[in-house]
Structures are given as C-alpha cells and as structure tokens.
Design a protein around this ligand. Structure first.
Ligand code: MG
Length: 377
C-alpha cells in the first residue's frame, strides 16, 4: 500500500462576535486541514496549528516526501519530513505542517490496521479524559467582568469541573476579573489563568501573589516563550503551578523548557509541536522530568480527537494509589468549524469526554460542511 495523494483544505468562518486576548483579536477562525489518501481510497485527516495559509504552503512543500511511501511507516515519514525542514524550521509553522501530515498518517494507519490511535500509541490508561473549558476571552462588551462571570457560570452549569480564563490586560483589571470569577463559581471548581505571555517577570510575580489565595490550578504562559530564565525564576518564587509550551516546538524545544525547570505542566500542541509522533516523545521526556502534560488544543474535532487519544495514554506523575487526573483543554470559544465540520461530535459529561473507540482518530469530516467552509482561493 502506498500514499497516493495529500490534499489540503483551507476552511474559514467569520465570527459572529469577534473576541480578543492579550496579543490580538480574532475576527475569523481559519484552519488548514490535511487529507492523506492511500491507493485503495482509504484516508486519514490531520490539521495544523497556526496561520492556515502558511500551514497550507508548508504541507504542499512537504507532501511530495510522503506521497509514494507506505502509510504504515509513520515515524520513518516523519523523520524524512523533519530532516527536510530542519535547516529552515527548528521551530514554527513548517513544524505545524509536519504535524498536520503526521496526524493524518496516524489516523490512516489506525484505519488500515482497524485499531484506534490510542492503541497504536501504546494503549489507554483511561477510557474518559477530564477536560477543562477554555473560554472567557475578552470582548468589547460594556461590562467585561459581568460577561466573564456569566460565561464561567455557564460552563459550571454544563458540568465542567475546571475552567480557564484569559488575563493579560493589566494587573488591576486581571486581578479584578479573577476574583469575580472565583467568587461566582465557588471553591469546588478548578480555575486556571492564561496570560498568553503578556507579563514581564515582575508583573507576573505581582499577579501571582495577588491571586495566590484564589486557588489557581495553573498560571499559563506568564512571560515570553523566549524568556526561559523568566519562567524558571517565576516558578521558583511563585506558589501557583506554572504551565507553558503552546509556542514550543519539537523534542528539542521541550528539552530546553523542561531541563531548565521552567514549568510544572508542559502544554505541547499536537498540531504544532510535531504531531502525535513527536508529542509522544515530548510526553516521555516530560515524564522523565516528573512533569505532567496537558496538551494545548485549539481547532476542529480532528485536533481534539488527537488530544483525547494521546491523553488517554499518558502516565501521570507522581504515581500513587489515588493518581492525579490527566486532563485536556476543550476550547469553548465561538468556533462553528469545530462544532459542525467533524462527526461524531464530542460531548462533555460530568467534566469528561469519552475517548473514541473507532479505528484511527474516530472522527470524519462532513463533506457538506467542508464545501460550505472551504475558502475559495
Ligand atoms: Mg494558552
């Protein structure tokens, strides 16, 4: 069996309500999907994280390296793509293009072998994965604090046991928002904050001290992803667990983050950091550093399915009778692509989602929605 073709699809949706975070504003959701097709017509789906037009160009550059190869030889194809990209892309969107093709290959390999991806990754430790709701972005609504509180209450009423909110607008505003949300949801739910690297080290320290009493489960991307020293210093001095890694790439990037003891929780994005092949290695490295992995997840059901399969196979540290829970991010911000493009849809019940059991990733793309959202170039 050989790989016959690799197709890219640029899908786009204009948001009804644009939202922003500490770095920029989203007016559309745009994603590059990848379909790897084998000679017999069977296929696998993947997607890349990052600017979709650039991911698409990257996939088109790399695709000839995979076409004609045996789709079961996933890691060998990964190595070929990585070697071709290394001189230009030790980080960045070309790695996301590798990731997109790699995820599609895992999906295809699972379908060809009749096994779910989690089995191919080494086997599930859990059938359901705890998820946390990501939302509470900023909008131009008059009463932003009220809007954040309302959204937090909505997630709590839907059954989520853990929520993550955005910070990074300025210390005073951020502290006010976090206090209001914690007060609204009570003490029982986990609450996390994400600054998307908006703070300097001193600001991050002051913020951490001011919200320390609010039982924050982790403080994500406090400082610049380039500031490894800043991460390390913050982690030494703050009592809140520090998380990061969504802007980190490949095993080598995570080696730096982990060996410098920058984070308590590593957050590779499977669609950006090197696909399932490389994220499995990153998870092994994190395990060696006694650091848990909670993948960053942003995109369609394909990205989320890849996350579910990977997290279902993670060993969590420290090992003990009552193990800490594994967890995955579940983006709840407006995204019709995520909510319509793939079937079946993932349902959160009691704060967790079932890991798909069908061969491959266990999701398929709906051709009608694909045609509806495909960007005409
Ligand atoms: Mg984040």
């Amino acid at each position: 069996m050989k790989i016959d073709a690799i197709e890219t699809y640029l899908v786009e949706q204009a948001l009804e309500t644009p939202f922003y975070f500490s770095q920029f504003e989203f007016r559309t959701r745009q994603i590059c999907l990848v379909k790897v097709i084998a000679e017999d017509g069977s296929y696998g789906w993947g997607e890349g994280y990052g600017p979709a037009t650039v991911v698409k160009a990257g996939v088109e550059f790399l695709a000839p390296l995979a076409v004609g190869e045996d789709p079961l030889q996933v890691e060998a194809i990964w190595s070929k793509m990585h070697l071709r990209a290394l001189d230009y892309a030790r980080r960045g969107v070309l790695v996301a293009a590798i990731s997109a093709i790699d995820i599609a290959l895992w999906d295809l390999r699972g379908k060809l072998l009749g096994q779910p991806v989690s089995t191919l990754l080494g086997g599930r430790r859990r059938e359901r994965v705890k998820v946390y709701a990501t939302g509470m972005y900023f909008t131009h609504s008059g009463d932003l604090t009220g809007k954040l509180v309302e959204e937090a209450r909505l997630y709590a009423s839907q059954g989520f046991r853990a929520l993550k909110m955005k910070v990074g607008l300025g210390l005073e505003t951020d502290v006010k928002h976090v206090r209001a949300v914690r007060q609204a949801i009570g003490a029982d739910l986990q609450l996390m904050v994400d600054a998307n690297h908006a703070y300097s080290l001193s600001e991050a320290l002051r913020f951490a001290r001011q919200v320390e009493e609010l039982d924050i489960s982790f403080f994500e991307e406090p400082v610049s992803p380039e500031d490894y020293e800043g991460y390390r210093e913050l982690r030494r001095r703050a009592s809140i667990p520090i998380a990061g890694g969504e802007c980190e790439y490949l095993l080598a990037g995570f080696r730096q983050l982990l060996s410098m003891r920058c984070v308590d929780i590593a957050q590779p994005d499977i669609c950006g950091a090197g696909g399932l092949t490389e994220t499995k290695r990153i998870a092994a490295l994190a395990y060696a550093f006694q650091t848990n992995v909670i993948p960053h997840s942003w995109g369609t059901g394909i990205a989320f399915a890849a996350g579910l399969h990977l997290v279902s196979t993670l060993d969590i540290v420290p090992g003990r009778l009552r193990m800490p829970e594994a967890m995955l991010e579940m983006d709840r911000s407006e995204n019709a692509l995520r909510d319509t493009l793939t079937q079946p849809q993932f349902k959160q019940v009691d704060g967790a989602v079932d890991v798909p059991t069908a061969p491959g990733l266990g999701v398929d793309v709906d051709p009608e929605y694909l045609a509806q959202y495909a960007r005409a170039d």
